[in-house]
Design a protein around this ligand. Structure first.
Ligand code: BES
Ligand code: MN
Ligand code: ZN
Length: 498
């Protein structure tokens, strides 16, 4: 019997851009609005006015209203060359924005089954949100099964019907969405398959395919070069840590952006062991590194004129007999010492080394993201990332997050934490003596490792990167890929700036 190895790949819809609906289309996906007097259907090149009228009557007959994310499938009008029409609600036409469209396209793609070929006119309201919504909403992680299950159906393929001039936007959105899929797949892969070595090998193969430079440090190199944080976290596991460095170095680049992402392939808490219930969610503790790997891969595919270096510390946090003990003092890369009072605050230990290493290259910007604290969810809930860092860049990253539909909110670093981070036995301590401000304390810890003059943002995605409740819009259960689209959007912005 074959064994499952490497990341578990989810299925997602194939998309094409055409001027006309293809002959083999079985269904048309069209937009509906919620008007004052009920459902309204905007004109579409996919249906003649008589057929549109007939579809409208059928939709009224089954009670469709056009409210946002409502998906209604009806038999096709007599003269249409398809079997069915699928109408997706966009809500009030006056309130339509990119995120409403992205979510509606996602809701449609997620609910469509038993159809292979769909043509859609949703692109009339925005190409990129349509493409992203369809791919991300149609994504299905099908698990690792011995036989096909009820979720094993191949997602429908979509033809976005639009003018040729939409090509560039279409391709860029496809690259972006398919990169988010890479991040989701990595997050959804269980930790017996995805561990530092296998993860590093996978990233290396993917990165080389798109022309990135790859450097991997193994446990011996890490120890020799003084990566005390990564070594301290990885030493309790039989599966040793890695530091993966990916770089994109285009000729025309004016700016250099460093990306850093937390890559804990499983977080048991170490000797400060987590409770058993819910511990399985910690397969997602490498979501930050997955998003950063996905982002630099997207940047290469988009051929962005900006230099990017991703520094990804990968380790498994286990309570083995060689594990770090509470009270141990470690030396981070660059020399700062830290008293490890809680081995479950391991993310900041691996990130501190990675941030210090990334800072050596003197980038203009440093963006780091991590599933860092449970406190992030207490403060902001499961869908909104907390952003800390240099004030202007922090605010800019939070607002880019909101613009792309990955909600984010700026959070302060607290002056009192500058005192409480001090330790009696080392330069700093890895946990606060008090519970208050847990997300911000972690931000203060990381601040010590950011090089002078570098604009930095720390994005805590403990909640938003892994959806433990139901699917909605284009967001599935489990890995969401957040904040990949935020980071790609920021890279695009920086690449365009002078
Ligand atoms: N990986 C966790 C944070 C986390 C918790 C992410 C739940 C997603 C869901 C992190 O390593 C951790 O354990 N943080 C501790 C820090 C504490 C010991 C200061 C936490 O938040 O409890
Ligand atoms: Mn932890
Ligand atoms: Zn963790």
């Amino acid at each position: 019997m074959s064994q499952h190895t490497g990341p578990a790949r989810g299925a997602f819809p194939e998309l094409k851009l055409e001027k006309k609906a293809p002959k083999n289309a079985q269904a048309l996906l069209i937009a509906a609005f919620k008007g004052e007097e009920g459902i309204e259907l905007p004109g579409t090149s996919l249906l003649k006015s008589a057929a549109l009228r007939e579809a409208y009557e059928s939709l009224i007959a089954v009670g469709a209203t056009g409210k946002a994310n409502e998906v209604t499938r009806i038999p096709a009008p007599k003269k249409a060359e398809v079997d069915s029409i699928i109408a997706v609600g966009l809500g009030d036409a006056e309130d339509l924005d990119a995120e409403t469209l992205r979510r509606a396209a996602g809701s449609a793609a997620r609910s469509i089954s038993k159809v292979e070929e769909v043509a859609t006119s949703l692109g009339d309201f925005g190409i990129a949100p349509t493409v992203e919504g369809l791919i991300l909403g149609g994504y299905k992680f099908q698990g690792l099964r011995s036989k096909p299950g009820k979720d094993s159906e191949q997602p429908a393929a979509f033809t976005v019907v639009a003018e040729k001039s939409a090509r560039e936007e279409f391709e860029a959105a496809k690259i972006t969405a398919e990169s988010v899929v890479i991040a989701r797949d990595l997050v959804n892969t269980p930790s017996n398959l995805l561990y530092p070595e296998s993860y590093a090998d996978f990233l290396s193969a993917q990165a080389k395919e798109v022309g990135l430079e790859v450097e991997i440090l193994d446990e011996k190199a890490l120890q020799k070069q003084g990566f005390g944080g990564i070594t301290a976290v990885g030493r309790g596991s039989a599966r040793p840590p890695r530091l993966v460095r990916l770089s994109w170095n285009p000729k025309k680049a004016k700016k250099h952006v460093a990306l850093v992402g937390k890559g804990i392939t499983f977080d048991t808490g170490g000797i400060s062991l987590k409770p058993g219930s819910g511990m399985w969610d910690m397969i997602s503790d490498m979501g930050g590194s997955a998003a950063m790997a996905a982002s630099i891969i997207a940047a290469a595919k988009l051929n962005l004129p900006v230099k990017i270096t991703a520094t990804l510390p990968l380790a498994e946090n286990m309570p083995g007999d060689n594990a770090t003990r509470p009270g141990d003092v470690i030396t981070h890369y660059g020399g700062i010492t830290s008293e490890v009072l809680n081995t479950d605050a391991e993310g900041r230990l691996v990130l501190a080394d990675a941030i210090a290493r990334a800072s050596e290259d003197k980038p203009d910007f440093l963006i780091e993201t991590a599933t860092l604290t449970g406190a992030q969810m207490v403060a902001l809930g499961g869908r909104t990332a907390g952003v800390m860092g240099s004030e202007d860049f922090r605010d800019r990253m939070a607002s880019i997050g909101r613009e792309v539909g990955e909600n984010a909110w700026a959070m302060p670093l607290l002056e009192e934490h500058d005192e409480s981070v001090k330790s009696a036995s080392a330069d700093i301590r890895n946990i606060n003596a008090k519970r208050e401000g847990g997300m911000e304390y972690a931000g203060t810890y990381l601040k010590h490792f950011v090089g002078e003059g570098i604009e930095w943002a720390h994005i805590d995605v403990a909640g938003p990167s892994f959806n433990t409740t139901g699917a909605y819009g284009y967001t599935p259960k489990m890995g969401t890929g957040v904040p990949t689209r935020t980071v790609i959007a920021a890279l695009c912005e920086i690449a365009e700036s002078k």
